[in-house]
Design a protein around this ligand. Structure first.
Ligand code: AVJ
Length: 332
């Protein structure tokens, strides 16, 4: 075995998996301590999606009450040909946060001579399985899977540039809704800056609508969303040595009309103290931890957002109830 440089001289790629896990754990712990120390306790929503959380989210997507996934899928299947036409021939499709790439596959299959598909995700296992699956269905398609966080430059730098081609960012699933309007504009500006003039973006957004429908989608009758939310506490208990008593917290989601978003919280049912890695955090009865936001956009509002971030809205598709929208825009 070759001699290794001392640990502090090694960079991330040389480090062993246990070191990397240790680094992830430390980042998670710091974020949890910081979030629970704020006046409004909060936890970053990205931590909801560990293996158990991702599985619960997949169950959410199949719920009758959760209209988003099936509505988006319906819009795609109804308008694939028009979308393919808007994207045009010989395009490179770039998908930040691709996961299992299930939404891209029918789109890729309907494109005229797609030049390449560049999915990015933090989970290498899911990406590689998806790459294999797509390759069997579309053997001529060039696929470069990039492992990493799509909000970081390194992840983009690791992808082949392909600047000579028309490139289109594919961002379905209303993932943009997880970001505050300011952060969302920052992310879209970053997307625009990675593209050239005339390149495109196909992006899904949930639409602002009757709060009854919105609140039902995030308080489903089968309580899967409640389990998804509370799984975050299980994860903190298991990974960070905490003692959250799950029977003393409840799931709560509600629509906030002024902020145009559904907020998801965990409510402390009693006055209590919780210990996380040896630090105590006090909860009043009724105090909450804010765990996720899901912003809703009007059609016109999202077109304004596109215009203010370097894009020209070209067209959009919606369902007959106007519950959800998919926008196509180009960089100007
Ligand atoms: C994955 C962000 C699109 O906001 O609807 C679903 C996450 N949270 N139910 C959404 C979610 C609770 C979902 N997104």
């Amino acid at each position: 075995m070759a001699a290794q440089p001392p640990a502090d001289k090694r960079d991330e790629s040389d480090r062993g998996e246990s070191d990397r896990n240790e680094g992830c754990r430390r980042g998670f712990l710091e974020d949890v301590i910081r979030g629970l120390s704020e006046l409004q306790k909060t936890l970053p929503c990205k931590y909801l999606y560990d293996e158990a959380g991702s599985e619960l989210f997949e169950q959410i997507c199949k719920l009758e009450d959760y209209y988003l996934t099936r509505t988006e899928a319906q819009i795609f299947s109804d308008h694939l040909a028009e979308m393919a036409q808007a994207i045009g021939p010989d395009a490179v499709i770039i998908e930040p946060g691709a996961g299992n790439c299930a939404k891209a596959e029918p789109l890729l299959a309907s494109l005229e001579r797609p030049a390449a598909y560049l999915p990015m995700d933090i989970s290498p296992e899911i990406l590689l399985a998806a790459r294999r699956r797509i390759h069997t269905h579309l053997p001529n398609l060039d696929i470069h899977a990039g492992v990493g966080d799509f909000t970081e430059d390194e992840t983009w730098a690791a992808q082949p540039p392909m600047e000579a081609r028309r490139r289109v960012i594919f961002f379905p699933g209303s993932t943009i809704g997880n970001f505050d309007p300011d952060q969302a504009r920052g992310l879209l500006r970053a997307f625009a800056s990675r593209l050239n003039k005339g390149d495109g973006m196909l992006i899904g957004t949930d639409l602002d609508k009757d709060p009854v429908i919105l609140e039902r989608a995030y308080n489903d009758s089968e309580q899967v969303t409640a389990r998804f939310n509370k799984n975050l506490l299980t994860r903190i208990n298991n990974e960070l040595g905490a003692d959250f008593d799950l029977s003393r917290f409840a799931h709560r989601s509600f629509y906030h009309p002024l902020r145009c978003r559904v907020e998801m919280h965990l409510v402390s049912l009693t006055r209590q103290s919780v210990s996380v890695a040896g630090r105590a955090f006090a909860f009043l009865e009724g105090e909450t931890i804010h765990t996720e936001n899901s912003h809703k956009y009007s059609l016109a509002g999202f077109r304004d957002t596109l215009r203010s971030t370097g894009f020209v809205p070209i067209r959009h598709w919606s369902d007959s109830s106007s519950h959800y929208a998919i926008h196509f825009a180009e960089v100007h």
